[in-house]
Design a protein around this ligand. Structure first.
Ligand code: NAI
Ligand code: PHE
Length: 348
């Protein structure tokens, strides 16, 4: 596999013939502290795509930690599965976690993992039995539990900040479209519904749509409608890459603020959103609640209340990012990257 250049520190790649899985760990930066970022387990078109995803996601973690003021660097694990997880037997999944734990051990604490798409607290419990370099164990196993609820709280703070920047008077009555109703999206939907939003939801899993529609009275739309359905706020909470420059040209929305890491498929999409006056909360700012929860509880010894306060403050950070972007005529991504760079270079 030909690997392109990367500005990160290390990429580890391992193939296991027994399980048919590829294991990738990207350590992007240890400038602010040991690297951290979750473990994503899913099927990829090729091992090269898995490496590219791990590297992109690791880079986003560096920015996320810096903007959130956490003393950690950025990293990410990707496990490219031979088949969807639901089709793997228990023994194969257990073996995959064992190999992942052995890889984490080799990095000797320079990288600590946690949950992400395709893994959960129960998996972190298994990993934690094999290596100490794990955040996000279940509460029953003595950990802080899922990062999903805090990520959702932070995304909702981002939605509020975005809505204010767009000139709306709160979320009440706005049409809010949530894509992906997993650990984060379902909770964001609840928070938006509580605030009086007219909720529209979509997920590839019809059972999740039905459950949220039942609970919150949301309108369900097909997954293809996510970029064409007119609404006030788009909340992407599935996997990344949703918004290309072309999609950005026609998105019928006022605000985009969600959890999906690496939402923009190409960097120019941010410029298109800026030109069209769409308020865009950069993903690595909006979705930092999970990192604040895990690092706050497990490294910094913060209480649950302190974590929630720091997570709500994501809204203030974004208000500053929007103002900087307006003042300097840049995209919000550039403004947020500049904020991260000031921390990474020790300018403040
Ligand atoms: P999850 O795996 O629990 O939920 C993802 C949901 O998206 C699932 O219900 C899935 O069926 C759905 N989905 C997948 N592809 C879809 C598509 N094309 N259209 C509609 N729905 C689709 O994942 P989780 O934890 O909720 O994370 C969501 C996103 O937020 C991911 O990009 C993740 O990296 C990011 N994130 C998650 C954090 C966390 O604390 N869990 C923290 C920061 C970011
Ligand atoms: N995977 C989540 C994220 O992208 C949560 C996480 C944060 C996991 C930090 C490990 C470390 O933010």
């Amino acid at each position: 596999m030909a690997l392109p250049e990367w500005d990160g520190e290390l990429t580890s790649v391992r193939y296991d013939r027994g399980t048919g899985a590829w294991f990738v760990i990207g350590v992007h930066s240890t400038r602010l502290g040991p690297a951290s970022g979750g473990t994503r387990a899913m099927v990829y078109p090729s091992p090269g795509d898995a490496v590219a995803d791990a590297r992109r996601l690791a880079g986003a973690m560096t920015l996320k930690m810096a903007v959130a003021g956490l003393p950690m660097g950025g990293g990410k694990s990707v496990i490219a599965l031979p088949a969807p997880r639901a089709e793997l037997g228990e023994a194969t999944w257990r073996r995959i976690l064992e190999i992942h734990a052995a890889n984490l051990e080799l990095l000797g604490g320079n990288y600590t993992t946690g949950p992400d798409v395709g893994t959960c607290s129960a998996d972190m419990d298994v990993l934690a039995g094999l290596t100490p370099h794990v955040f996000g164990r279940s509460v029953a196993a003595g950990g802080p539990g899922s990062s999903g609820p805090m990520t959702a709280l932070g995304v909702f703070a981002a939605i509020r900040a975005g809505v204010a920047e767009a000139g709306f008077d709160g979320v009440d009555g706005l049409r809010v479209l949530v894509q992906g109703l997993g650990a984060v999206g379902a909770d964001v939907a609840r928070l938006a519904a509580d605030a009086g939003a007219k909720l529209i939801v979509t997920d590839v899993d019809p059972a999740r749509c039905a459950a949220v529609a039942d609970e919150l009275g949301a309108e369900v739309v097909g997954t293809g409608a996510v970029t064409t359905r007119e609404c006030d706020v788009l909340v992407p909470c599935a996997t990344g890459g949703l918004i290309t420059a072309e999609v950005a040209e026609t998105l019928p929305i006022a605000v985009v603020a969600g959890a999906a890491n690496n939402l923009l498929a190409d960097p120019y999409a941010a410029e298109v959103l800026r030109r069209r006056g769409i308020v865009h909360a950069p993903d690595f700012v909006a979705n930092a609640g999970g990192a604040i929860h895990l690092v706050g509880r497990e490294v910094l010894g913060w209480s649950a209340d302190a974590v929630a306060d720091r997570t709500r403050a994501i809204g203030d950070t974004l208000t500053g990012v929007f103002a900087d972007a307006r003042t300097h005529g840049t995209t919000t991504v550039t403004a947020a990257q500049d904020l991260a760079a000031r921390t990474l270079t020790g300018e403040h």
